[in-house]
Design a protein around this ligand. Structure first.
Ligand SMILES: NC(=O)c1ccc[n+]([C@@H]2O[C@H](COP(=O)([O-])OP(=O)(O)OC[C@H]3O[C@@H](n4cnc5c(N)ncnc54)[C@H](OP(=O)(O)O)[C@@H]3O)[C@@H](O)[C@H]2O)c1
Length: 333
């Protein structure tokens, strides 16, 4: 028993110390991100709150990294899509990979971000018909103006904050406010015409009272994520919830995104999907981003919740049929 408890404790410690908890001793996220993407110094001070902003075409390292990755898979440029995907949390680890892939696939993206300048530096200058940036904080219902959702066909929400107190909680940006209140505000503001809403949550949300999850949940992150999930489930909107294991290979762990993405794609391509909150493990952010994009188009994922891990080996890449197979195989009848 003592051994089992010790093992569980070590597992919990490993999980926790390798999650955003350890960001609390790092410089603010902006300072981590800035050297990563060769930020440009142009100011976007003229941006208006809740007004659309054109990002003019300019070279962007994160966009190029994903483009290089995907160019191996696309023989010709993909046709322009009729979708308009709203991404919330677009400046985060998963979110920026989602946006870069949307751009690369000619899918129109609209971003709701707290800091439009960050979005511009991440994604470069793009035509307004490809990328629109709105300023907003999901904790503030008044930021979620109906104009933001006009024309939007699909939504991917990958907002989050650290599980434990850190600088990213500054200004009351806690799990309760982001994962619960923010998610609820957003979901309440979404139009019923949407074709799909994908929410990135976490494994362990149904077990926040059990070890090792109860340690992770000391400040309530899993409980509040579950409340956000429940709000979406009860909203009547067509949803898919993606619950990642511990995220790896994110931009926070390397200062060279090109190298990082190549290494990530090379080593952790194989995807493991489960249901019932039984999966424990790690998953590449690139795989989570791809799962979100694929779920938009795969009918059987509607109304479903999936846990996702990735391991070394060959994966589905961006092949819809292979993703559909994976989702179908995981879906409990
Ligand atoms: N780290 C892990 O091991 C792990 C494990 C399982 C699940 N998850 C979850 O997976 C998701 C993606 O994780 P990640 O590491 O890629 O995320 P991340 O890098 O922490 O990014 C979070 C995003 O949420 C945005 N955000 C935070 N508060 C906001 C607010 N009040 N209003 C609007 N946007 C807000 C951030 O914007 P700013 O740039 O303005 O801060 C950022 O774009 C998160 O929900 C996370 O909790 C993480």
């Amino acid at each position: 028993m003592a051994t089992a408890t010790t093992t569980t404790f070590h597992m919990a410690c490993k999980f926790i110390t390798s999650t955003p908890l350890n960001y609390q001793n790092l410089p603010p996220s902006s300072q981590i991100i800035l050297p990563l993407y060769n930020l440009h110094s142009n100011s976007l001070n003229n941006l208006q709150s809740t007004s659309s902003t054109t990002c003019r075409r300019r070279v962007s390292p994160v966009y190029n990294a994903v483009k290089a990755e995907e160019s191996l898979q696309y023989k010709t440029s993909p046709p322009v899509s009729s979708k308009l995907v709203l991404v919330i949390g677009a400046s985060g680890g998963v979110g920026q990979l989602v946006v870069a892939s949307l751009l690369n696939r000619n899918i129109k993206a609209r971003l709701l971000v707290r800091d439009p300048e960050k979005a511009r530096t991440l994604f470069g200058e793009q035509d307004e018909d490809k990328l629109q940036v709105y300023k907003g904080d999901t904790r503030n219902p008044e930021d979620l103006d109906p104009s933001i959702f006009e024309g939007v066909t699909h939504v991917i929400c990958c907002t989050g904050t650290t599980a434990f107190p850190s600088r990213r909680w500054d200004g009351d940006n806690t799990p309760e406010r982001v994962d619960c209140d923010g998610a609820k505000n957003l979901i309440s503001a979404l139009p019923s015409s949407l074709k799909r809403v994908v929410l990135v949550s976490s494994v362990g949300v149904t077990k926040f009272n059990e070890l090792p999850w109860s340690i992770m949940n000391l400040c309530g992150v899993l409980k509040y994520k579950k409340m956000g999930e429940d709000c979406l489930i009860n909203s009547g909107l067509p949803y898919t919830i993606i619950r990642p294991g511990r995220l790896t290979d994110g931009p926070y762990t390397s200062y060279d995104l090109n190298t990082l993405l190549k290494a990530t794609a090379g080593e952790r391509r194989a995807v493991v999907i489960g249901q019932g909150d039984k999966l424990v493990g790690e998953v590449s952010r690139l795989v989570v981003a791809e799962a979100c994009l694929q779920a938009l188009d795969i009918e059987c994922t509607e109304g479903q919740i999936y846990e996702i891990n990735s391991v070394k080996g060959e994966g589905p890449e961006n092949n819809k049929d292979r993703w559909e197979e994976l989702f179908r195989a995981a879906t409990v009848q």
